[in-house]
Write a protein that binds this ligand. Sequence first.
Ligand SMILES: O=P(O)(O)OC[C@H]1O[C@H](OP(=O)(O)OP(=O)(O)O)[C@H](O)[C@@H]1O
Ligand SMILES: O=c1cc[nH]c(=O)[nH]1
Ligand SMILES: [Mg+2]
Length: 236
Amino acid sequence: MLGTSPQGGKSKLPMQGIPQPSREEVLKLPRVHISTHPVMAHKMTLLRNKNTPPPQFYQLVKEIGALLAYESTETLSLESSTIETPLQSTTGYRLAGGIGVTPILRAGLGLAEGFRQVIPDVQVWHLGLRRDEETLQAMEYYNRLPHQVDLQVVYAVDPMLATGGSAIDAINILKRRGIPRLSYLGIIAAPYGLMRLAQAHPDIDIYVAELDEALNDNGYIIPGLGDAGDRQFGTF
Ligand SMILES: O=P(O)(O)OC[C@H]1O[C@H](OP(=O)(O)OP(=O)(O)O)[C@H](O)[C@@H]1O
Ligand SMILES: O=c1cc[nH]c(=O)[nH]1
Ligand SMILES: [Mg+2]
């Protein structure tokens, strides 16, 4: 079992000396889904490149969000109904119940936008969490989650799963709203954060585009892509 805090020892750097699991260990986790699609690998390479400017970076986050939406909704429930084509009656299907997407601000905004391109009638519930870069603890600063909910599933979306603190907190907050089914959708995961999220919330599915090597001593994912919020919104 991993520790619950990224802080430890007497080091000034928050991840220094903290043991991290290997990629192989987290690949054995039962509800972790990592994309194997070649189009995803192509877009991920453009996204990671430090020379990709913010407008193209944001566009890529949206496109990757759409691909992840398609992959992660594969197991959703359907309702059937009879419809008329111009020629005859036939059985049609629609997604059962509502679907919610919670972008973890800021960086989750582009992913949520991509998700909406696949399922335009999702409800979008905004949640602001900011990671303190000294302690790596997430702090909630904005919450627009409705009290009345009747949804089949809610996806918490955030590009970067680093220590896992933000994702664990987001799922805790959503669980308090009584959502029957929750999933996490991200672009890049570090083994450390993925293991912590799966251990804290073994009842959710976790979908990511790629699994990286590790966190550096500052808690940044390597090789990673840098700061996903800054790269989307140009705030370097
Ligand atoms: O797994 P963790 O260690 O919690 O780190 C991941 C979090 O850090 C980033 O957000 P950040 O705090 O930089 O906010 P931003 O989206 O406003 O840039 C990222 O988008 C995640 O929310
Ligand atoms: O590598 C990282 C870690 C946290 N947040 C980011 O945006 N990037
Ligand atoms: Mg950021």
